[in-house]
Design a protein. Structure first.
Length: 90
């Protein structure tokens, strides 16, 4: 199984891990909000890769990157905040 994007994914995971570890070592992690998102939509389901391996990055959503349907405008997003609380009124 060969994937031209797997190396980029592994590298991104490694870099974000190093960043989180550095913030933790500096005592800054609890005061830092880490946001991760992507650009618009996933690749379309017409690619050989999607058909061959049954992986459709948009799941059941209609459309893909560059289209106005949900599959083209929804993006992955995650947030991490070790401190995780904002005092009421602030």
């Amino acid at each position: 199984y060969q994937n031209n994007h797997l190396d980029a994914l592994l590298e991104l995971d490694k870099i974000v891990g190093h960043m989180s570890n550095s913030l933790d070592e500096l005592g800054l992690l609890e005061d830092t909000i880490i946001l991760f998102t992507s650009d618009n939509g996933g690749l379309n389901g017409l690619t050989t890769f999607s058909d061959q391996y049954g992986h459709y990055s948009n799941g059941p959503l209609r459309g893909s990157k560059g289209e106005i349907y949900e599959g083209g405008i929804r993006v992955p997003f995650t947030i991490k905040w070790e401190g995780g609380k904002i005092p009421k009124g602030e």
